[in-house]
Structures are given as structure tokens and as C-alpha cells.
Design a protein around this ligand. Structure first.
Ligand SMILES: Nc1ncnc2c1ncn2[C@@H]1O[C@H](COP(=O)(O)OP(=O)(O)OP(=O)(O)O)[C@@H](O)[C@H]1O
Ligand SMILES: [Mg+2]
Length: 1094
């Protein structure tokens, strides 16, 4: 059962407990033992009545259950109710047959011993119903498997079959059991119902041929006729009309409103299949039932000689067919008897009366024996072949005590049986009560009670009892009749306080008795029996020859019921009463070996009416069932007793020392508890295993205190439980968190280990790679080298030189990258140069070209050249606005290309004069203000001389003829610019000559002059004594450094041009202008421009 349904269940139990306690006043008390006025029959009845009117039909007397028949459905036998009562302490819930059944079952399991539940009460009090409820409870509550379910179904369905064949409508009960039944349910050690066995007792077979007014034959006949399918009825030769069968209508009550024969027939049919009845078995069984009906209709004629004759009637035909006996044999058997005459056997014909008697005897015998076969067959299907030890719960459902208008032999047996069971009950309850006191070590206080042993003895005592007198009469030779039996009875048992006959009675009583009656004062009341039929019924004679006829039957069941081995009539079989007496003694023996439990059924009224509580009738039953005595015995001294464990368990919350747990023994706990509760010494006794409480009020006070504390307790338990649940949840979560953490840590650790392992490998590889870095690429160093390469390249990427001129920034490469680094460096510089070049303007390019040209002309040749490198060239030094307009007009034809201010030294005397030097496309002019002083055509220009020193003198050599003036000595700050432009304009670089020392020049044709150059500390120009013009220029300090610097920058430019390395190699000389020009535009094969735009 899951925890939720358990919780629900306990909730319900608590509610019910509370309910039952609060309703105590309204519904009386649920255990008579707690009745204060326990000796008062009225108080007892009041309580029973109160409860009955509240539909509370069950009340305990200790463990005995009193059940009052409600005669209506109460809805208290549902599956839900069964679940409620399963496994719950007996006294925890309101009294119920399920509580008793559950308690028996659990006691059996825990103590592994056998038990029985004795269900008693008069006819119609509800014994059979109670028995069925117990069975149903076990069917639901016992463990279930496929095999166990089979047994369960058979146990359950054996009931409708037995009831169909053994129950009948009587005046007392519409479903009255006409046989006694003791049913064993066998359980294995796990509590599974594994088998069963049924003992049946004395079927009232006289009902087959005779029913009192208002009664019926056994149900099966009506079920077959009403419910049987048409084909079946046809096959059995039956009609669907009970009125056609004389043995069904003797009581003139074939139809009963409370009975549905049709649906009962369906149930019986289904039951046949479950309890292993083969089709053939069922066919033969029904053939027998039909035969009994046909037999009942057999009528005899009287022959002329006064004998009974039987003509071939349809009944004989059907009997013969159904029983498989030739009709003649059957006819003969029904009309004759065999008698032994000397050594011969002769057939003697019956009189008509005799024949009827024999017919009825046969019908009873067939039915009675078939019933026994049926019980045997059911037992076969319930048998458990497993030899392991089983425990047993027995259910006794025996016909109840009954009193009719006319009571016969059957009632005598039935009431005798009830008398015996009452005796057993007295013995067992008193004995056990006494034993309990003894075992508990508590003084026994004897209780007066009515012991019905005297009545039992009257019926069954050896030699001096009713049965022995009856048997004697049956067996003695001579004319014994029912009346002679009565006489014998009067003779033998006269004076017995419980036997009255017409003869033995006093005047007053005699009036109530017929001559053929005897009256027994039973424990349950007086019953007057009519002796008529006693002898016959006790003899239960069946003529030998009819038995022989039956033996010839083809019907298997009949064959089985009339075996060839049956003793013949020479040895008289035991009489019915003796047989019954023996079987009851057997039953008593069976029961004495088991633990008893009791259900006492009470009938509330005689009219089978719901809601009617007839005080007189109930009082009578309370009396004869000995309920008051039982209560007195239970209360002998102590109203209440309970095992220490149970008592402590229930009431321990009432004492702080015992709550929540008592550490010592249960007895000590109870002692502490009752002291705390203030029990007085005389109010209770401590037994060995139980506490005995003298007055109910003591217990009620305890119960009330418990009731008060329960709510408080419930809150505390709830709080505890919630705490426990939350703590449990917390612990589970904590555990889960720890688990997850552990897993996570493990995972992390494994990853870390993996990482470390990997790192170790990498480092090892790295170290190995490092150690073998200088070896050729191999497995060991390939990765390291790749790393070094990658690393170097990555670092290099971030540390590249920022400009073309930055020649120092370059990461030192690792050895393996030396070559690559070198190549990369070259590539990078080339790239930078290319970038630089691409970013250059046309103007700047032209400038550089000119500069290149200048360099080619003067680098390393003239001292002050380096200082000019940084000075950019300009288009012209004198703008056109500053030139004289006349000059401009003169020269406009030729186009002024360049003009610059110069100092001209006179060829004679070397007087300096400021002039403008203007270059046109074809000539150079010396201009003074608006006058062109000298025109030098380029064609006539022989050359231009400059010194190698740092002066800025230039001497134009012209062809000196008579027309022409002589050479021109000029000083110009923009010497290099002037000369470069001139070279370009003239497209002749060879025109310039750099000289050392002195320059000769023509003053005019035929006369020469000299300009001497030298270095000095101060620049000076003067006319030397020798008539030469002396030009002293300051020697440029660090000249070679300057020169180197220039060289280096040019080299840088040079090295960047990797793209045209081979080509540039051809022009290695940086002083060569072409070399420079090729750098500036590496793709062009430079040819000196014919015309250069300046
Ligand atoms: N607990 C019950 N709830 C409802 N009706 C019941 C209950 N017990 C008995 N009855 C009714 O009373 C009738 C008689 O009950 P039952 O057959 O059990 O009596 P009995 O004691 O076995 O009588 P007998 O001795 O004649 O066999 C049932 O058919 C049923 O209608
Ligand atoms: Mg019954």
C-alpha cells in the first residue's frame, strides 16, 4: 500500500475513532464489557436497541461479536470498509465482523495456530450471511496470486452451490440452511488462502418429499425449473412450471418474492465451472435433480389384490432415461421388496402405502447421497496437495435453533446440535476465562451461569438418553412405533427436569401437549416435538432391492452414491440420530483443538422486518444465547483487560514518562502510566501480561483524557512528522548536493589531470624540441620549431620598423629563422619602399629625379654637395613678376625656364656684380635690371667648371670668338640647383667639370684668367697678387661623415629595391643618376630625358 493511501487510511481511522467516541452517548457503547450496569438485562437490551436503531448492528462483549440482523442492506461490507479494517487493532475501530475476521487472521499468522469462528443464533439470525462476509473479507485481504485467486474463487463459489442444494425457504428464513456446515480455510505461512475443506452435517432431506405450509423444497429444484434453458428442460423432461411437480408445491409457496431463482440459477451454473465440474458431472447432477422431481410425481395404482402397481407412466420413462436404468427394473424396484425366506430371496409386492413410502425414501436417499457427493466434489476442488504446514480458520455455520408449530425429528436434531454448540461455547469461554485469570495470576471469582450440559446429557448420554431410547425402539424386534418410543421415553427419563410429556406433565402443562408430543426445555426455550415419524426418520430405511436397482444406473453420480460395497441390510446401519451424535462429537473434537472466536447472531423480530426491534424476542435470545452470562464472566471482577503493550501504546501520551517512548518493559510502563493517571489500588490489577481494570468508568475517564490530549498530540505528531519529512528532504538534498559536488570535483580533477598530463607532454616536447632545436627537423623538434617560428613571426608582426629609414628595429631571429628573417626583412623594406614610392607626388618625384641627377654629378666630388641634399630645388628662384618686363619680352620667345640671382665677377678686376641668371630653352642669359648683359647659347657653351671645395663658384666656358664675350665667373648660392637645371636643359651632364686647385678661363679671345680655389678657415674671395681670383672656402668639417651619411641613406634606398635586384645590380653605383631614377620608378628602363620639365 502506498504511503498516501496509508495516510488516508489512518486519517479515516482517527476520524472514526473520534466519531465513535463522541457518539458514545447517542449510540451506546460498543463493548458490553464497559457497560456499567452489566448485570441488568434491560441495560444490555437498551444498548443493543440504541445501536440497532442507529444501524450499528455489531457490538462486542470482549472479543465476542454480537450481531443483530438488520434485514436490510447497510452498505457496510464494501471493499472500502474491508480496507479500513485490514490490519487494524481490534478495538481501534467500531465493532464489525471484518474486525473480528481480521483479528482472527492476524492472530493465526502471528501465533501459527488454528482457529475457528463459531457463528450461532437461531434460524434467520444471520449466521450464513456472517459466514459469507468473513469469507469475502479473506478473499480481499489475503495475498493474491494466480493460484491463490483460483482457490479464493472456489471457496467463494462453493457457497452458492451448497446453498442451492442445502438451503430452502422456511417459515423462519427465506434462505434457511438445512444442513450444518463446517468449513476449513487453509492458509500458508504467508497468509495466502491455499485450500479448504467442508464438512457437512445432517441434511434435512425429508424436505425433498415434504414441506410445511409456507415452506419450499431445496432451492435447486426451483432454480432449475425457473432458470433452466428450454433445451435443458426438454432434455430432462421437465416443464417450466413448479406446480406440475408435487414435491415442489407441498408447502404451497413455490414463488417467494425475496428469491430470484433465475439469477440464482445463473450463479450456480457459473459456480459449477469454477469448482471443476465437468459438463458430464453437471449433466448427471441435473439428471438426478430432475429424477427426484419425476419420482415425486410417480403415482401407484391399487391392484385387485390390493398391491401397488405402476404402469408405464411418463415419469417412469424419464426416470429410466435420466438414471440410465431399464424401466422394468425400475418399476419392479418401486413396487416390490426383497425378503429373505429361509435361504431364498423372494420379491414381495408393496401395498400402495408402502410403495409411496419406498418412493419417498428413494427420493430422499438419492437427494441426500447426491448432496454428500456434491460436498465431496467441492472438497476435491479445494484440496491442497502441498504437504507443507498450514494453519486453519474454521467457519461453523449450522442451522439455527428453531421452533415451529409442529416440530419433528429434524428440529430435534437441529436443536440438539445447537445445544451441543452452546455447551461447547460455555466450556470454552468459561475455561478460557478461568485459564486467563490463572495464567495472569489473578484471583478467580466464580460466576453463576446456566450450564446446558444437563440437556445435552438428556439427549445423548449413553443408555439413558432420548437417542438411546429412540435407537432401541428402532432396532428392537417387534412392533415398535413412535408412540411406543414415547412410552419408553417416559419410562426411562421420567422426572428429568427438562423433559415433559403429556403423561409426565402437570395438569396445567398437559393442556398444551398432545398425547404424541414430548417437550424439551432447551437452553433456548421450550420446544414441543411430535413423535410422529421419529422412528422412520431415525431408521432412514431404504429397501435393499431398490439400492440394487440404483446400482445398475448409468448415471455416474448415482453409481458413486450407491456403491456395490455398501453393507447390506443384514447389518443394520447406524441410526440417523446416532450418526449425527457421532459427527457432532467429531465436530466438538475438531473445535476443541482450535482457538475459538464467537459471533452471536440475534434476530430483531420474527417478521424479517428491517428497523423493528422486538424487545421480547431479542430478550429471549439474549437469554438463551447466554450473552448476559458471558458478559458476567468477562466482567467477573474486571470490566476491562488489555495486553500491556496495547494499553501502553494507546494511552502512553497521557504520561510524560511514557511519552513518546517507554524504555522499560511494557508492564512497568503501564504501572507508571496508571500511577500518573491516579488509578487507585483497588481499581486495577496487574496480571502477567495484561492489565485488568475493575470499573468501566475508570477506563472511560482515561479514554476521555486521551481524547483531550489527542488533538494536542496530533499537532505535535504533525509538527514532528513535518520536521521529519523536511529533515529527510534536507538530508536527501544535502546528500544529493554532496554527490553532485563529488562527481563534479571528480570530473574537474580528471580534466585537470588530463590537462596536466597534456601540459607535461607539451612541456616535455617543448624541452626536447628546445634541446634539439639546432638539429634538422625531426619528430622531436618539429612542433617546437613550428612554435618558435610562429612565435617569432607573431612577435615580428608587432615589432616591425615604422619607417623606411628605421634600420635598427628588427627582431633578432632564432637560428632557424635567420634566413627567413633576412628575406622577410628585405621583403618588408621593399614593401615599405614601395609604399613610400607609391605615396610620392609627381612633383616630389621630379624633385627627387633632379636630386638624383645632382647626386650623380656632385656626390663625392664637391665638398659642399652634402649640404645641398636637404635643400629642395624650386622651379625658379626669381618669379616672373620680379623679372624685368623687357627682359621677359625679349626672352619670351625662348621661354624662361629658370632664373636665379647670382654674383658675377668681372673678368677683369673681378669686381662682383649682382646679376640674374636666366635659363631659357636654348640659352643662358646674364641680366642686369632690364638689360641682357650676356647671352650664352647652349650650343656655344663649352662647359661649366666648379671647384671640388665648398665654395659656390661656377665658371661658364663659352666659345670665345670676337663677337662673344669671354667666360663667365659666377657665384651662386643655388649652385647645385643651377647646374642640375642646366644639365637637364642642355641634356648634357658632361658639361660640368669639377676641378681642383684652379680654373682657367677666357677673359676674351686670346686672354686668359684664373680662379684659384682653396680651403681656409674663413671664406673669402679676393684678387690674389698673382692676379688670380682667390676663392677661399671653409673646409667642411666631418666631411666624410656627411658623405657617409648620405651614402648610407642612399644605400637604404638601394637595399629596399629587392624587386629589381638583379637589374639594379647592374647599376650599383648610387652616384649614377640613372641608378636613382631606376629606383624611383623601378619598372621603367630609364633613359635620360631629352626634355625635362623643370
Ligand atoms: N448483516 C446482514 N445485513 C443485511 N441482511 C442480513 C444480514 N444478515 C442476515 N440478513 C438477512 O437475513 C436473512 C437470513 O440470514 P441467514 O440466512 O444468514 O440466517 P441464518 O442464521 O443462516 O439462518 P438459518 O439458521 O436458517 O440458516 C438473509 O437472507 C438476509 O436477508
Ligand atoms: Mg443459514
Amino acid at each position: 500500500m502506498n504511503s498516501k493511501s496509508l495516510e488516508e487510511r489512518y486519517d479515516r481511522i482517527l476520524r472514526d475513532m473520534e466519531g465513535s467516541l463522541t457518539a458514545r452517548d447517542r449510540v451506546g457503547i460498543q463493548d458490553f464489557v464497559l457497560l456499567d450496569n452489566y448485570t441488568s438485562e434491560s441495560a444490555f437490551l437498551d444498548n443493543l436497541r440504541k445501536r440497532f436503531h442507529e444501524n450499528l448492528i455489531y457490538t462486542y462483549i470482549g472479543t465476542l461479536l454480537v450481531s443483530v440482523n438488520p434485514y436490510k442492506e447497510l452498505g457496510i461490507y464494501t471493499k472500502k470498509q474491508m480496507d479500513l479494517y485490514m490490519g487494524v487493532n481490534f478495538f481501534e475501530l467500531p465493532p464489525h465482523i471484518f474486525a473480528l475476521a481480521d483479528n482472527v487472521y492476524r492472530t493465526m499468522l502471528s501465533e501459527t495456530n488454528n482457529h475457528f469462528i463459531l457463528i450461532s443464533g437461531e434460524s434467520g439470525a444471520g449466521k450464513t450471511e456472517a459466514c459469507k462476509k468473513v469469507l469475502q473479507f479473506y478473499a480481499v485481504s489475503c495475498p493474491s496470486t494466480r493460484v491463490l485467486d483460483d482457490v479464493r474463487d472456489r471457496l467463494l463459489l462453493s457457497n452458492p452451490v451448497l446453498e442451492a442444494f442445502g438451503n430452502a425457504k422456511t417459515l423462519k428464513n427465506d434462505n434457511s440452511s438445512r444442513f450444518g456446515k463446517y468449513m476449513d480455510i487453509q492458509f500458508d505461512h504467508k497468509g495466502g488462502a491455499v485450500g479448504g475443506h467442508i464438512l457437512s452435517y445432517l441434511l434435512e432431506k425429508s424436505r425433498v418429499v415434504h414441506q410445511n405450509h409456507g415452506e419450499r423444497n431445496f432451492h435447486i429444484f426451483y432454480q432449475l425449473v425457473e432458470g433452466g434453458e428450454d433445451d435443458l428442460l426438454r432434455w430432462l423432461g421437465l416443464e417450466r412450471n413448479c406446480q406440475k411437480y408435487s414435491c415442489l408445491v407441498r408447502g404451497e409457496c413455490a414463488k417467494v418474492s425475496s428469491i430470484n431463482d433465475k439469477s440464482d440459477w445463473k450463479t450456480v451454473q457459473k459456480a459449477f465451472t469454477v469448482i471443476d465440474f465437468s459438463e458430464r458431472d453437471v449433466e448427471h447432477l441435473l439428471a438426478i435433480i430432475a429424477s427426484v422431481l419425476h419420482l415425486g410425481n410417480v403415482q401407484f395404482e391399487k391392484s385387485v389384490r390390493g398391491y401397488a402397481t405402476l404402469n408405464s407412466s411418463p415419469e417412469v420413462h424419464w426416470l429410466s432415461k435420466l438414471l440410465g436404468i431399464p424401466p422394468q427394473i425400475l418399476q419392479q424396484g418401486l413396487t416390490h421388496r426383497k425378503i429373505e425366506a429361509k435361504s431364498e430371496e423372494v420379491l414381495s409386492p408393496f401395498t400402495k402405502e408402502h410403495a409411496k413410502y419406498a418412493r419417498d425414501a428413494l427420493a430422499k436417499a438419492i437427494y441426500g447421497r447426491t448432496f454428500n457427493w456434491l460436498v465431496g466434489k467441492i472438497n476435491e476442488s479445494l484440496v491442497n496437495k502441498d504437504s507443507t504446514r498450514k494453519t486453519v480458520i474454521g467457519l461453523i455455520d449450522i442451522y439455527g435453533f428453531e421452533v415451529f408449530q409442529v416440530n419433528s425429528f429434524e428440529q430435534f436434531c437441529i436443536n440438539y446440535c445447537n445445544e451441543k454448540l452452546q455447551q461447547l461455547f460455555i466450556q470454552l469461554t468459561l475455561k478460557s476465562e478461568q485459564e486467563e485469570y490463572e495464567t495472569e495470576g489473578i484471583e478467580w471469582e466464580p460466576v453463576p451461569y446456566f450450564n446446558n450440559k444437563i440437556i445435552c446429557d438428556l439427549v445423548e448420554e449413553k443408555h439413558r438418553c432420548i437417542i438411546s431410547v429412540l435407537d432401541e425402539e428402532c432396532l428392537r424386534p417387534g412392533e415398535a412405533t413412535d408412540l411406543t418410543f414415547l412410552e419408553k421415553l417416559e419410562e426411562t427419563l421420567s422426572g428429568h427436569p427438562h423433559l415433559i410429556t403429556h403423561k409426565l406433565a402437570d395438569q396445567k402443562t398437559r393442556k398444551t401437549l398432545d398425547r404424541g408430543d414430548f417437550r424439551l426445555i432447551h437452553y433456548a426455550g421450550e420446544v414441543t416435538y411430535s413423535v410422529s415419524g421419529f422412528l422412520d426418520k431415525n431408521n432412514d430405511l431404504l429397501y435393499r432391492n431398490i439400492k440394487e436397482v440404483m446400482r445398475q444406473s448409468q448415471n455416474n453420480i448415482i453409481k458413486h452414491c450407491f456403491p456395490a460395497s455398501e453393507p447390506d441390510s443384514k447389518r443394520r446401519p447406524e441410526t440417523v440420530a446416532t450418526q449425527f451424535k457421532t459427527s457432532l462429537a467429531g465436530l466438538a473434537e475438531i473445535l476443541m483443538s482450535k482457538e475459538p472466536w464467537y459471533v452471536r447472531c440475534v434476530k430483531p423480530n420474527d417478521g424479517k422486518q428491517p428497523g423493528r426491534f422486538d424487545d421480547v424476542i431479542v430478550r429471549h435470545q439474549v437469554k438463551y444465547l447466554g450473552l448476559m452470562e458471558h458478559l458476567r464472566v468477562r466482567r467477573a471482577g474486571f470490566a476491562y483487560r488489555r495486553r500491556y503493550e496495547v494499553f501502553l501504546q494507546r494511552y502512553k501520551p497521557l504520561c510524560p514518562d511514557t511519552w513518546p517512548n517507554w524504555k522499560g518493559t511494557a508492564a512497568q510502563g503501564v504501572e507508571t502510566l496508571v500511577k500518573h493517571l491516579g488509578y487507585k489500588r483497588e481499581e486495577y490489577k496487574m496480571g502477567r501480561t495484561k492489565i485488568f481494570i475493575r470499573h468501566p468508568k475508570t477506563l472511560f475517564a482515561t479514554e476521555d483524557a486521551f481524547d483531550l490530549c489527542k488533538h494536542q498530540l496530533a499537532t505535535r505528531i504533525q509538527a514532528k512528522y513535518k520536521g521529519y519529512r523536511v529533515k529527510g528532504d534536507f538530508l536527501r538534498q544535502k546528500e544529493a548536493a554532496t554527490k553532485i559536488e563529488t562527481c563534479w570535483r571528480g570530473l574537474m580533477a580528471r580534466k585537470e589531470k588530463e590537462r596536466r598530463g597534456w601540459a607535461v607532454k607539451v612541456i616535455k616536447k617543448f624541452i626536447k624540441g628546445f634541446m634539439t632545436r639546432n638539429q634538422p627537423v625531426c619528430k622531436d623538434n618539429s612542433e617546437y620549431l613550428a612554435f618558435v617560428r610562429h612565435n617569432y613571426l607573431m612577435r615580428l608582426k608587432d615589432n616591425l620598423p615604422k619607417s623606411v629609414l628605421d634600420r635598427h628595429t628588427w627582431l633578432t631571429p632564432p637560428p632557424i629563422m635567420k634566413e627567413a628573417s633576412h628575406l622577410l626583412r628585405k621583403l618588408y623594406i621593399r614593401h615599405m619602399v614601395q609604399k613610400y614610392v607609391k605615396g610620392m607626388t609627381a612633383q616630389r618625384k621630379a624633385q627627387l629625379q633632379l636630386k638624383g641627377l645632382t647626386s650623380g654629378l656632385f656626390r663625392g666630388k664637391k665638398e659642399n654637395y652634402p649640404s645641398s641634399v636637404g635643400r629642395p630645388f624650386v622651379d625658379t628662384r626669381i618669379s616672373e613678376q620680379d623679372l624685368n618686363i623687357k627682359v621677359l619680352q625679349t626672352l619670351c620667345q625662348e621661354g624662361v625656364k629658370y632664373s636665379v640671382p647670382v654674383i658675377k665677377y668681372d673678368r677683369n678686376g673681378f669686381r662682383p656684380r649682382f646679376r640674374q641668371l636666366i635659363f631659357t630653352q636654348v640659352a643662358a642669359y646674364l641680366v642686369e635690371e632690364g638689360k641682357v648683359k650676356q647671352r650664352m647659347e647652349y650650343t656655344s657653351l663649352k662647359g661649366v667648371s666648379v671647384s671640388n671645395l665648398s665654395d659656390n663658384f661656377l665658371i661658364f666656358h663659352v666659345t670665345c670668338d670676337s663677337k662673344q664675350k669671354g667666360d663667365v665667373v659666377l657665384q651662386c648660392d643655388f649652385l647645385f640647383e643651377v647646374l642640375t637645371k642646366l644639365c637637364v636643359l642642355m641634356n648634357r651632364k658632361s658639361i660640368i667639370s669639377i676641378v681642383q686647385g684652379s680654373v682657367r678661363f677666357d677673359i676674351h679671345h686670346g686672354r686668359e684668367g684664373f680662379v684659384d680655389f682653396k680651403s681656409g678657415s674663413e671664406s673669402m674671395v679676393y684678387r690674389a697678387k698673382n692676379g688670380h681670383l682667390m676663392v677661399v672656402s671653409i673646409q667642411v668639417s666631418g666631411k666624410w661623415w656627411q658623405r657617409n651619411k648620405e651614402l648610407k641613406s642612399l644605400q637604404t634606398l638601394n637595399t629596399t629595391n629587392y624587386f629589381n635586384f638583379s637589374r639594379s645590380q647592374q647599376r650599383q653605383n648610387p652616384d649614377d643618376p640613372e641608378y636613382w631614377i631606376s629606383w624611383i620608378n623601378p619598372e621603367s628602363t630609364y633613359s635620360f630625358p631629352k626634355t625635362l620639365v623643370i
